[in-house]
Design a protein around this ligand. Structure first.
Ligand code: FES
Length: 279
C-alpha cells in the first residue's frame, strides 16, 4: 500500500509537469548567435534584454499567476516527502500482527507462563512486597478483587514483584458472581471460569483507564473515564459508552493446593484497540 501510494504520487507529479510543459510553455525554437564583443563578454544591453525576455516568458507562461498549479505541485511534493518519511520511519514501528507473536507483541502479557511455571492470581494490596495468593471462598458472592500475576521465581526479588504490580497489561479483576446470575454460554469461552469465578482485564478497551466500578446488583462494570459499561453476563461485552471491544477474559483454574492460577494469557490484546484488531 505504501509503495502504491508513493508511486501514484510520483505519477501524478510527473503528469502535472508534462501537462504544464505542453500547455503553457512556448514550443517555437530560436537560435541566437553569441557575440563576445572582442572578449569583453555581454554588454549591459544584452544582459538587460535577457532578463526582460525571461521575465516576459514567465509571465506569458502563466506560472506566476496560476496558483492552482503551484498548490498542486506543492501538495505533490509534500505527499512525496511524507511518503519518504514514512518509509524511513517504518522500520521502527512494531508490528502487532507479527505472526511469531514474540515476547514484545501486544498478544503477550505477564499472565503467560514461561517454561510451564505456574502463574498465580495475587491479590493487590497496599504493600507491594506482601504476597497474598487467592483461594476460592475468599470472595463473597457478588464481589470483586483486583489481582496481578505472581510466579514463585519472583519471590525474594522486589524489583520483579514491583514490575508485576506496575505493568500496564497486568491488572485483572477476579469476580465471584451471584449464583442466580446467568452467563451467556459461548463455545469459545468454555472452561475459562471456575464455578462462579470469572477474571477479566482491568484495562478499559476504550482508552485504557482502569475499570474500577462494579455494580453488583446489575452485574455491570463501569469505566469512570467515559462511562463505558461492560456486562458480566455477556463475558464483559460493552453495552453502553464508547468502548467497542469486550474486556479480555483471563482463563483461570484452581491448582492442587487450592490456589487460583491462570490457565493462559488473555483472550485478546489488552487495552485500546488498534488497526486491524477486530472488535
Ligand atoms: S477509557 Fe473507559 S470509557 Fe473511555
Amino acid at each position: 500500500m505504501l509503495g502504491l501510494t508513493s508511486g501514484l504520487t510520483v505519477l501524478g507529479f510527473t503528469v502535472a509537469l508534462i501537462v504544464h510543459i505542453k500547455r503553457f510553455l512556448p514550443h517555437e525554437q530560436s537560435v541566437q548567435r553569441r557575440h563576445d564583443h572582442g572578449g569583453e563578454g555581454s554588454t549591459d544591453t544584452s544582459r538587460n534584454t535577457l532578463v526582460a525576455t525571461v521575465t516576459d516568458a514567465a509571465e506569458r507562461s502563466g506560472v506566476a499567476r496560476r496558483s492552482l498549479f503551484r498548490r498542486t505541485a506543492g501538495l505533490g511534493a509534500a505527499v512525496l516527502g511524507a511518503g519518504a518519511g514514512v518509509v524511513a520511519l517504518g522500520g521502527f514501528v512494531r508490528d502487532p500482527w507479527d505472526s511469531g507473536r514474540g515476547e514484545d507483541t501486544l498478544w503477550r502479557t505477564p499472565w503467560r507462563s514461561h517454561n510451564g511455571e505456574k502463574v498465580y492470581l495475587r491479590a493487590v494490596g497496599d504493600d507491594p512486597h506482601t504476597i497474598v495468593l487467592v483461594r476460592p471462598g475468599e470472595l463473597e458472592a457478588g464481589s470483586m478483587m483486583p489481582v496481578v500475576p505472581f510466579r514463585e521465581s519472583e519471590r525474594g526479588h522486589p524489583e520483579l514483584l514491583a514490575e508485576a504490580m506496575h505493568r500496564a497489561d497486568s491488572p485483572a479483576m477476579l469476580f465471584r458472581l451471584r449464583p442466580d446470575v446467568v452467563v451467556e454460554r459461548r463455545p469459545d469461552r468454555r472452561g475459562m471460569n471456575f464455578d462462579d469465578y470469572y477474571a477479566y482485564s482491568r484495562i478499559c478497551t476504550h482508552l485504557g483507564c482502569p475499570v474500577s466500578l462494579f455494580e453488583q446488583q446489575i452485574d455491570l462494570l463501569l469505566c469512570p473515564c467515559h462511562q463505558s459499561q461492560f456486562d458480566l453476563g455477556k463475558h464483559a461485552e460493552p453495552v453502553f459508552g464508547p468502548a467497542v471491544r469486550a474486556l479480555p477474559q483471563l482463563p483461570i483454574d484452581v491448582d492442587d493446593d487450592g490456589y487460583f492460577v491462570a490457565r493462559g494469557d488473555f483472550t485478546a490484546p489488552v487495552g485500546p484497540g488498534f488497526w486491524e484488531l477486530e472488535p
